[in-house]
Design a protein around this ligand. Structure first.
Ligand code: SF4
Ligand code: SF4
Length: 249
């Protein structure tokens, strides 16, 4: 039986089968073919169109967006200018310049606050190590990912841009120490992180004021009992001062 005896439709069908097998082998068994298979498959997938930016899609709960510097409920800033976030950053993207709080200008409950705070999003890889390092939860990451910029300068966010809004009922910083005490708060919490006497204020033992906030600010601090001696301001801020039990220097 010669090929001429085979009906033309059969030959056509066999040709298509052989070509199909060769194409399948090419697309599945060769590197080049597997590369071509990707766009070929995509051609038959129904496109999923996100209506961005009109309808931004929700992000995962633990999504790392841009940072935020948080405040306490009364408006004081949580950041104490310790620079731990800057030291933890693998991309060297954070700059912190700390300064001392004063009785006339209190920005944070601690002794220090961040006078200048910058995050350089040209460098930041949004890894989140900085927020893990922050001891006061001052620094957190939001779900906001819309902070692109056409310039490098536009990607350097300053404290004013990073600082959270003043909460309802709170007051923008700076506060007066006197006002803070009048609100019934004692941020010194018995540990006198800022010696009140040095600032000309009246010393108030933590027990004389609600200590819940002091416990929040100094989570592991020991609050003094009523009747305890006022804290000696000389024990704070002088790293060379000998304390009982210290080894001789
Ligand atoms: S998210 Fe990562 S890279 Fe960005 S500032 Fe924080 S530690 Fe640095
Ligand atoms: S954000 Fe946190 S870690 Fe960074 S300086 Fe402020 S308190 Fe320290």
């Amino acid at each position: 039986m010669t090929l001429d005896a085979v009906p033309a439709p059969v030959i056509t069908a066999l040709t298509f089968v052989v070509l199909g097998v060769l194409l399948w082998l090419f697309l599945t068994r060769t590197v080049l073919g597997r590369g071509f298979a990707v766009p070929l498959k995509a051609m038959f997938v129904t496109p999923e169109t996100a209506e961005y930016p009109e309808k931004p899609r929700p992000v995962a709960p633990r999504f790392h967006g841009r940072h935020q510097l948080n405040r306490y409920a009364d408006g004081l800033e949580r950041c104490i200018g310790c620079e731990l976030c800057a030291w933890a950053c693998p991309a060297d993207a954070i700059y912190v310049q700390g300064a001392d709080n004063t009785p006339e200008a209190r920005y944070s409950p601690g002794e220090r606050y961040a006078d200048d705070y910058q995050i350089n999003y040209n460098r930041c890889i949004l890894c989140g190590l900085c927020i893990e390092a922050c001891p006061t939860r001052a620094l957190t990451m939001t779900h906001d990912y819309e902070f692109s910029s056409a310039t490098r300068d536009g990607l350097v966010w300053t404290k004013g841009e990073l600082l959270a809004e003043v909460p309802p009922g709170g007051v923008d910083t700076p506060h007066l120490d006197r006002e803070v005490r009048e609100r019934g708060l004692n941020y010194y919490g018995g540990l006198a992180v800022t010696p009140p006497l040095l600032h000309g204020g009246t010393y108030q033992p933590a027990a004389a004021a609600p200590s819940a906030r002091a416990g929040e600010v100094i989570p592991h601090g020991e609050l003094p009992e009523p009747g305890d001696e006022p804290h000696d301001p000389a024990t704070v801020g002088d790293p060379t001062r000998q304390r009982p039990g210290d080894a001789p220097r």
